[in-house]
Design a protein. Structure first.
Length: 625
């Protein structure tokens, strides 16, 4: 399957920009450099009143009116329309005239709606959509991959490919992607989508159904070899042979993060006696195979028994065997004392509640499951991996070394923070955004675009993506690349396209796109060329013209035969390419608009390139052709 082509390239405005007419139409609505931040959202009551005052007479109080024969009206509260359209689509549609007050016959005209009123109306209509399943409920559900397979074929294959190979949606059948994408990341993406892209939201799905989809996506991941099998393979082979094999594998799989010979880098130092005397082989095995979701440490279930055994042999080479430290007894009464000690001695590196920063995420669920109380205590006393803490001056009480009698309190507190509910996507806000801007422009912009909107790769400036992507996910993507895509590893043994110490700066720069002001110009992504327009014209005539008209002026026969005008400057200016692609692929339930994506069971199943060419033809109308 051919991948979707690149975003719109610079070209004469008569072809791509829609000409002066659209610019004039939207000049009061589009943001300009220096615009103030978006105003605080209007109260739900104010939004409801604005809707009832200006919209309900046509669209109905419940936003479900479709009009009558001769006067068709789009249903605003149609679930799959709300799932495909971003808020800015509705904002621009209203600002362009579709929400202008229509006074009674003979009455004086009213002024256009202000931005605050439009924002309130959009929020009110969006409230009809419902919140969707929570990430916590999805993670608590038990997913069934067999049920998820059917859901994937019907809901996802049209965009992501029948085998996850990608299309107008991203490639999901990628080992590196699935290794670093946590279940929380997948759940957030499925439920809330990526506004402005072809990834619609699926808020009508239950938590169980989302869990089923995630289980199906994980079903292709190889089963993790058992620890006993790995341990047996390690002792069965000559130690020197296993260590040499493990060293080669470490250089390929681990060195980019953990540094040459495991001396540390982006990730902690591994080949340290202080660490290895405490960490037994079972802890190492679990860390390698399960990873640390939410961090840059990917899961490695694809490693064979032999490879896992070789890695353990290499890590252990030249270091004493690890042994389980004695347990530590603690009770709930120790937690308060431990919190005071933690805040005085550990916060600077590990974060206020163990969320990480300059050092390990002590509250990470996978770490908490793998580490014993004895290990925690031993590492606290040893200064984990030999790294000294950034304590205050020696004369202060906080700088005094941790004593054995302090361990019950510290371990009690660490276990308590591990049980607390926390945001699933960690943003540490480290790094220098100004330095990151220079690195991004040199290393990332050629593929992702200077504004991060290039959809041939990923829309890095998409706020929904950035909110759900932890710093660890972004770091791992930069380091490892994305298998099966054009995203190559940026940090390798042979070459550092981005220096490891610069990654935090790049992430800090990306985070500036996380909270944009409202009223963003809808993103484009489909390449508009003479060839794509010509091909799209043929596809449109075959699949779309019967309902929408040969020139896209629509059908006005009323429900259920109403097909809206597509050759409408206001509509095309407000609709992102993702919205158009998702609408064609998924259709509109309850209307004659059937889905055209692969596996969606519509009138025809069209390849992603065909969908993109249809959108290219629609865009050509903005140039008056």
């Amino acid at each position: 399957m051919t991948r979707q082509s690149a975003r719109v390239r610079p070209a004469p405005c008569s072809v791509l920009a829609g000409g002066l007419g659209i610019a004039v139409l939207l000049c009061l609505a589009l943001p300009v450099p220096g615009d103030p931040p978006a105003p605080a959202p209007a109260s739900p009551e104010a939004g409801r009143l604005a809707y009832e005052r200006h919209c309900a007479s046509c669209h109905g109080v419940d936003a479900r009116s479709t009009g009558t024969a001769g006067t068709p009206i789009p249903m605003l509260a149609r679930p799959d329309a709300l799932e495909c359209a971003e808020d800015d689509y509705y904002r621009f549609r209203i600002a362009a005239g579709h929400g202008v007050r229509r006074p009674p016959s003979g009455a004086a005209s009213s002024p256009p709606l202000g931005r605050d009123e439009i924002d309130g109306i959009v929020a009110h209509v969006r409230g009809r959509e419902g919140p969707g399943a929570s990430v916590a409920d999805v993670l608590a559900a038990s997913g069934d991959g067999r049920r998820g397979k059917g859901l994937y074929r019907g809901l996802c294959a049209g965009c992501h490919g029948t085998k996850g190979q990608g299309g107008i949606g991203s490639r999901l059948a990628s080992t590196t992607f699935l290794a670093i994408a946590s279940d929380a990341f997948l759940a957030e993406t499925i439920v809330n989508g990526r506004p402005g892209t072809a990834m619609k939201s699926w808020k009508q799905l239950s938590a169980g159904s989302v869990a089923d989809l995630i289980a199906f996506l994980r079903a292709g991941t190889p089963a993790r070899p058992g620890y006993d099998e790995v341990a047996a393979a390690r002792v069965a082979a000559p130690p020197a042979e296993m260590e040499a094999e493990g060293a080669r594998l470490f250089r390929v799989r681990c060195e980019a993060c953990h540094g040459p010979e495991g001396r540390g880098g982006i990730a902690p130092r591994l080949r340290s006696p202080d660490f290895l005397q405490v960490a037994d082989d079972r802890f190492l095995y679990r860390t390698i195979t399960e990873g640390r979701p939410g961090t840059a440490m990917p899961a490695g279930p694809d490693l064979s028994v032999r490879e896992l055994a070789a890695l353990l042999a290499y890590l252990r080479s030249g270091a004493p065997a690890g042994s389980e430290p004695p347990p530590i007894s603690w009770g709930p009464e120790d937690e308060a004392k431990g919190e005071a000690l933690y805040l005085a001695r550990c916060l600077g590196c590990h974060g206020a509640e163990g969320e990480g920063g300059r050092s390990t995420q002590l509250a990470n669920p996978a770490f908490q499951r793998a580490v014993s109380d004895g290990m925690l205590g031993a590492w606290i006393l040893r200064d984990r991996c030999g790294v000294r803490r950034a304590n205050p001056a020696p004369a202060t009480p906080e700088a005094t070394p941790v004593r054995p009698e302090d361990l019950p309190g510290l371990v009690s507190y660490l276990r308590a923070v591990g049980r607390r509910e926390r945001p699933p996507f960690l943003h540490t806000a480290r790094g220098d955004a100004r330095a990151g801007a220079e690195i991004y422009e040199a290393s990332c912009a050629p593929c992702h675009g200077s504004d991060g909107t290039e959809v041939r790769t990923s829309q890095l400036s998409n706020p929904a993506f950035l909110r759900s992507a932890s710093d660890g996910f972004l770091t791992a993507t930069i380091v490892l690349g994305r298998e099966g895509t054009d995203m190559s590893a940026q940090v390798t043994t042979e070459e550092h396209l981005i220096e490891p110490e610069q990654i935090a700066d790049v992430i800090a720069f990306l985070r500036q796109w996380e909270q944009p002001s409202a009223w963003r110009t809808p993103a484009r992504g489909v390449e508009v060329t003479e060839q794509s327009v010509a091909a799209g014209r043929e596809h449109y005539a075959r699949y779309c013209a019967a309902c929408h008209g040969g020139r896209g002026k629509g059908s006005q026969e009323g429900p259920p035969y109403f097909a809206p005008a597509l050759n409408d400057p206001a509509f095309l200016a407000a609709a992102s390419d993702g919205f158009l692609l998702a609408t064609i692929a998924r259709g509109r339930s309850g209307t004659p608009m059937r889905p055209f994506g692969l596996g969606a069971g519509g009138i025809a199943e069209l390849e992603p390139t065909v969908l993109s060419e249809i959108v290219a033809y629609l865009r050509s109308w903005q140039g008056g052709k």
